[in-house]
Structures are given as C-alpha cells and as structure tokens.
Write a protein that binds this ligand. Structure first.
Ligand SMILES: O=P(O)(O)OC[C@@H](O)[C@@H](O)c1c[nH]c2ccccc12
Length: 264
C-alpha cells in the first residue's frame, strides 16, 4: 500500500510516460506574461493569499465539484489574491491542465501549477498551460533531483515554491537557496494538519532573500494571525475558499497586516 505520497508518486511515473509520448506544440503555448509572485511579496504589506482551485483531495474527498475554474479564479483575483494555485493532478485531486489554462486566460496574476513534479516533462507541460510558478515537494525528491528540477524551472523563467514539512526538508530546501519556501502544515503521509509545523519551521528558515508561505489548514483570521506571528509572508488556502459562500469576506478575514504595530 504505502503512504499516500508514495501512491501518488507511483501514479505520476505512469502519467509521465504518457506525457512523454505526447508532442507538446510549444508554438501554441498559453502566454504566461511573466507574472512574478516574488515581486508581489516584496511590496505587499498584508499577508499575501495564494488562493487555490481544488475540487477534491485524498483527505477530504469532494470539496466542491460545481465551481467553474475561470469564474472562481476571477473572484479570487477581485478578492485580492496574490496568486492562484491550480491543482492539475487528476487521479487524486480531480484537477487538470485544462483547469490551469482556463484560469490563465481569466486572470492577470501569477499562477502556481500544483502537482507532484518529479520529471522535467511535467515542468514543460505546466509552462505550456500557463503556469508562472511550479511546486517542488522536498519529501518527494532527492537533493540532486530537487536541484536539477529547480535549475531547469529557473531556466524556463518559472518561479519555484519549494515545499517542506520537517527539519530535513528544510535543510534540503535551503541548500538550493530558493526565493519561495512553502511550509505544508499537512503531513502528506498521515494527513494530519497542525499549524504548529509553521511555528516550528519558519524561525529556522528566516532569511532576507526567502519568502515563506504557510500552506494548508488555514480557515479563519485566528489561523492567519498565528502563522503571521511565526514570520510568514503569505498563506496558501484551498478548502476554506472553495467552500466559502462570500469570498470577499473570506479575503478580508485573512488579509491581516504583516506588522501589527502599523496602525492607521
Ligand atoms: O485546502 P487547504 O487545507 O487550505 O490546503 C491548501 C494547500 O496547502 C494544499 O492543497 C496542498 C499543499 N501542498 C500540496 C501538495 C500537493 C497537493 C496539495 C497540496
């Protein structure tokens, strides 16, 4: 059986074979327009929100199967999202590259291709369908693989969010000096979610050149405040926004000021 992460990775190996058999017509690529999340984070005075389009997940089952990706993405942009994350994994999250493309055509902010990337061909597809940022999960890669995929993505002019969940991942991630590190509060082996993970790991990442994003399990202002205090620049939010019946209120709740002492 193995952990969910192991199961996903073995499914990816199979998908990668299929991607390699397809001929990507790069003359027909979606225009990525060079949007930069790093540039956004350098200027944002509030907690930045990466809003995720996530129809379903292995831990929660179906979250919201009725939403249109382009319309939801437009509402995220209007609500003040810094970037949009789109799940492209189909087997476990019911996403697709078509969702990514639909979102790219609907908004003018950076888009993160959310998938389990272990091969360059997935980076080519992410870029082709309009991603400006890709995710690399430290726990799914050796240090050498992480380094290779990271430099390949940078050559393709993509930004990279390196995801960590424990101290070993952090050491692996820091060795490649990424500009964006995501701390996943959800353990991809057990599904357990705990914001304490951000509180533990953010202080050991602190560096002027690296922006930190706290990922998963953020629903309320209290959660946003808690990770902001731990020193992060932004949050990645899926379920809370996919279930929200009033997105502008949800965004207002989560966009807490980065420095508490700044008062108007
Ligand atoms: O729906 P949540 O709890 O707000 O979580 C969003 C996001 O962090 C989560 O979808 C995620 C974080 N890292 C991942 C890696 C792969 C797939 C999904 C994820």
């Amino acid at each position: 059986m193995g952990t969910i992460l192991e199961r996903i990775i073995s499914e990816k190996k199979f998908e990668i074979k299929k991607l390699k058999e397809m001929d990507l017509d790069t003359s027909n690529s979606v225009n990525t327009k060079n949007f930069s999340l790093v540039t956004h984070l350098q200027r944002d005075e509030n907690l930045a929100i990466i809003a995720e389009f996530k129809r379903a997940s292995p831990s929660k089952g179906n979250i919201n199967m009725n939403l249109n990706p382009a319309l939801q993405a437009k509402s995220y942009e209007l609500g003040g999202a810094a970037a949009i994350s789109v799940l492209t994994d189909s087997s476990f999250f019911k996403g697709s590259f078509q969702d990514l493309k639909a979102v790219r055509e609907a908004v003018n902010i950076p888009i993160l291709c959310k998938d389990f990337i272990i091969d360059k061909v997935q980076i080519d597809f992410a870029k082709h369908y309009g991603a400006s940022i890709i995710l690399l999960i430290a726990a799914a890669l050796t240090r050498a693989e992480l380094e290779n995929l990271f430099s390949y993505a940078i050559q393709q002019k993509l930004e990279v969010l390196v995801e960590v969940h424990d101290e070993d991942d952090v050491q692996k991630a820091l060795s490649i000096k990424p500009r964006l590190i995501g701390i996943n509060n959800r353990n991809l082996k057990t599904f357990e979610v705990n914001l304490e993970v951000t509180e533990r790991l953010a202080p050991i990442i602190q560096s002027n050149d690296t922006f930190i994003i706290s990922e998963s399990g953020i629903f309320l202002r209290n959660d946003a405040d808690r990770v902001r205090k731990a020193g992060v620049n932004g949050v990645l939010v899926g379920e809370a926004l996919m279930r929200s019946e009033d997105l502008s209120t949800s965004f207002r709740e989560l966009r807490v000021p980065l420095r508490k002492e700044v008062k108007e």
